[in-house]
Design a protein around this ligand. Sequence first.
Ligand code: COA
Length: 174
Amino acid sequence: MVAPSTPAAVSVRAARPADVPAIAELSARFAAEDLLLSRTPAQIAGRVGEFLAAVNEVRLMGCVGLSRRRRGLLLYNLCVAPDAQGQGIGALLVDHAGRVGAALGCRLLVAVSKHSGHWFVQQGFTELTARQMPAGWAHAFPPGRGSRLYVRPVTQPGFAEQSIYQNRTESRNL
Ligand SMILES: CC(C)(COP(=O)(O)OP(=O)(O)OC[C@H]1O[C@@H](n2cnc3c(N)ncnc32)[C@H](O)[C@@H]1OP(=O)(O)O)[C@@H](O)C(=O)NCCC(=O)NCCS
């Protein structure tokens, strides 16, 4: 699917083994800036089945890894090529992550971020403080590195008004 605000030629699909070098190269530059955890090509290859790739006819424009943790879907290694940022590709990847999460029966998208929290809030995520974190999350979603946790229902982009912390059923079932 192609979002209206993204370049028409950009689409999102499941990543393939052939995408590993491009994912690794794209990710490495952000890891060097401490924006992503450092992952080797071999580590990415071992989990390539978890990745979505945003591509045009020529190259990989962005990617995100999706890891299911009970009823939550953890987004990791989300990045967009510097010359392609600001065109809605990151939002398109999150949108597709939501579709994957819904198909898997997940309730929440979960993101761990040190420097891009504001962007996740723009995408409908809410920051989860340590105090608000349900029991068991620290193990399931270790923030580390001074990062913070952000959550969003898989199917409700307008999550800002609705607090997960007040919804104990949601928290217990994750
Ligand atoms: C965060 C990232 C994935 C966003 O991708 P993108 O394709 O540029 O995002 P979109 O085009 O969908 O959204 C662009 C909007 O987000 C804003 N934005 C981009 N990066 C931002 C950031 N780090 N913090 C706050 N806002 C940001 C832009 O200003 C733009 O806002 P506008 O539409 O009001 O002008 C991309 O900037 C990136 O790859 N960053 C480096 C890696 C990273 O930090 N990943 C997240 C790790 S958890």
